[in-house]
Design a binder for this molecule. Structure first.
Ligand SMILES: *Cc1c(COP(=O)(O)O)cnc(C)c1O
Length: 226
């Protein structure tokens, strides 16, 4: 894992150099979904303490199995509104906010738990019907609505590109998210973070302006299922 992490960091450096960016602008979110707790502890020994997961029951289990660890759990998968309590209790940040009904449910639970939650807005840029997210064109209007939910602190946007070998299509997805983000920044919303890029496409994501890579298999090893 140490070698894989070093290779990822080298690739990040190189991709940044190629487009004249500073590597410190790009952070890494290790995605531990489906991997054993022992892998998380191995990553922790390398200095990683913030992990992405895509199912709330898994985040809950991690917290129960490793209660003494000061890990931060980032929810990157689709969240159902009836699971807002688990988000408020176990999640340090939600990168998949895509609808007002979820914001409303979260606001209520966060108020009860007396905490705030950092969120990214998930934009749908991929071609697959199965991918969820807000339409990029609706971002500014959605941010306006979110002003009614003060326990949610919007920090940026997130997207997943189409799963394909077609580089132009992947770039189109990333670029659509970046344009929507820029538009929202110009409208005065502080959405500075841009979470995009996974094991297969993170170099392209850096070239397209990503500030946060969500990397699972390239760090933890082969995953049998999603
Ligand atoms: C699984 C997942 C990732 C990481 O995928 P890898 O291909 O293993 O790097 C990133 N983002 C989301 C939303 C995911 O579900």
């Amino acid at each position: 894992m140490q070698q894989r992490l070093a290779a990822i960091r080298r690739n990040i450096e190189q991709a940044c150099q190629k487009v004249g960016r500073d590597a410190s602008e790009v952070t890494l979110l290790p995605v531990s979904k489906t991997f054993e707790d022992s892998k998380v502890l191995e990553a922790a020994a390398l200095g990683l303490t913030r992990f992405g997961e895509n199912r709330l029951p898994d985040i809950r289990k991690r917290c129960e199995h490793m209660p003494d660890q000061q890990f931060e759990w980032v929810m990157i998968g689709h969240a159902q509104s009836n699971k807002a309590r688990d988000v408020a209790r176990y999640v340090s940040e939600l990168q998949s906010l895509d609808r007002e009904s979820l914001a409303e449910a979260l606001e209520k639970r966060l108020e009860l738990e007396e905490r705030t939650l950092d969120v990214l807005i998930q934009l749908k840029t991929a071609a697959e019907e199965s991918k969820t997210g807000l339409e990029p064109a609706d971002l500014v209007a959605f941010l306006q609505k979110l002003k009614a939910y003060p326990h949610l602190h919007v920090k940026g946007v997130m997207t997943m590109a189409t799963q394909t070998d077609d580089e132009a299509e992947i770039r189109r997805c990333f670029s659509a998210a970046r344009s929507a983000q820029q538009h929202a920044l110009e409208a005065g919303y502080p959405v500075h973070r841009l979470s995009m890029g996974m094991s297969q496409d993170y170099v392209l994501a850096i070239e397209e302006g990503s500030t946060e890579l969500r990397i699972g298999s390239a760090l933890f090893g082969h995953r049998d299922y999603v």
